[in-house]
Design a protein. Sequence first.
Length: 145
Amino acid sequence: MGPIFQNTSGLIAKKARGLKIGGVEDIRKYKVGTVIEDVGEQYLQKLGIGQEVMDQTNSILSNVKKLDVGRIDMIANGWRGFIADAKSLGIDPDLYEMVYVLNKADLDYAFHTATQDWIIEELQKTMDELKAEGKLKELEQKYGL
């Protein structure tokens, strides 16, 4: 059921750096912060980007901090998540931009296979109404989604 919203994952850098990424070869020129086995790292691996380019960690917050102080050039992350994480650390997300898109995906609700169809249909109808009234956009803005 959905979509709830579209999530864009990519490479995020400081606007002031003016990084221009046109393709895979450009990515190899930089140090990219990734979370070990996270989807951002997996997208890079599918592009043929090796670990020599990656600065791997187990925490996205650690990557955001390293990006902010200039220890890495970019991070692989979802844009919406980055905004929330930056704000939680007191970092202004408006100083950053997505310089390369790795993936765009609609995020939906999932239900157990035993869920009755009428329940899903009713929830979808309500979701569509909330979208039409602009309520979902309000909630996204309120909660930084």
